[in-house]
Design a protein around this ligand. Structure first.
Ligand code: SF4
Length: 273
């Protein structure tokens, strides 16, 4: 489920009047961060980052490393610099071509954020009867409130199987023509089918069983950071390998503190052998 990707089915075109507003938010964010030490305990991350909702994509990123999700918001220029635009673009094109296989895309000019949300609702209302009639639908918008936090996303593909069960199919595009590691799979367990970007062909499908109690438990843990109930966490020592390919390896306070403490503990233990 992905909110951050542009919704191809609604083809939102933000009007130019919105740009200064976005800029103002960014500027406020920066000021907010400079004041962070003074206000750290008085604002939740939802408030500090001026978020009205969370996207499912953000929650999935958080399962890889929560600290990295926070740095993505604190240091957007680093993320932008490192982002492979061609890969993102290829991924979006694959999503769009799959959508066009089964439904038309009609461009809609919108003027306000509310217009954009209204188009999502219209898309949803249009797709529900198709789904109930046994057809598969793609790019299905979803939203809801969990633990008091408004969450939004887009499901890549939805259909009923022959047993009458609702099947959610999520498409992930990959540079490598192979299925991902179990650590990456854990991230995608919130989501699911793998496509190779080079050949535009399927790599494989992994089925993620839906365990409501487990998903709810994990979600509560993730949301407790956003609602200000705890500090953000980086990876555990067993997953320190993730830091080697992380954009924030050089600046990450968690990594510095955590691994310095671990090194000291290791030195202390060996001195007692
Ligand atoms: Fe997370 Fe490691 Fe990156 Fe820090 S360096 S943000 S702990 S992956």
């Amino acid at each position: 489920v992905n909110l951050d990707k542009p919704s191809a089915s609604s083809s939102f075109h933000k009007c130019s009047e919105e740009a200064p507003k976005q800029e103002a938010v960014k500027t406020d964010d920066v000021r907010g961060l400079k004041r962070k030490s003074l206000h750290e305990n008085s604002f939740s991350p939802m408030q500090r980052f001026r978020k009205r909702h969370l996207s499912v994509t953000l929650l999935c990123d958080q399962t890889w490393c929560e600290m990295k999700s926070v740095y993505n918001l604190l240091k957007p220029h680093i993320k932008r610099k490192e982002m492979q635009h061609t890969e993102v673009q290829i991924g979006q094109e694959i999503h769009l071509s799959r959508e066009l296989e089964i439904q038309d895309v009609v461009p809609v000019d919108i003027r306000t954020r509310e217009d954009g949300e209204a188009v999502k609702l219209l898309n949803m209302l249009h797709m529900i009867p198709l789904l109930e009639a046994g057809q598969r639908v793609r790019e299905f918008p979803v939203f809801g409130v969990q633990e008091g936090v408004f969450i939004m996303g887009v499901i890549d593909e939805l259909m009923y199987n022959q047993k009458g069960e609702l099947v959610l199919n999520e498409l992930k595009t990959r540079r490598q023509n192979s299925l991902p590691s179990s650590a990456q799979d854990k991230v995608n367990c919130f989501q699911i089918e793998y496509f190779h970007q080079g050949s535009n062909g399927p790599i494989g499908t992994r089925v993620a069983p839906f365990d409501e109690a487990q998903i709810r438990g994990e979600l509560q843990g993730y949301l407790s950071y956003w609602t200000g109930q705890r500090e953000p966490k980086g990876v555990d020592i067993e997953e320190a390998w993730k830091c080697r390919s992380c954009l924030y390896e050089e600046i990450c306070e968690w990594r510095k503190n955590r691994f310095t403490v671990s090194d000291q503990q290791a030195a202390h233990s060996s001195s007692h052998l």
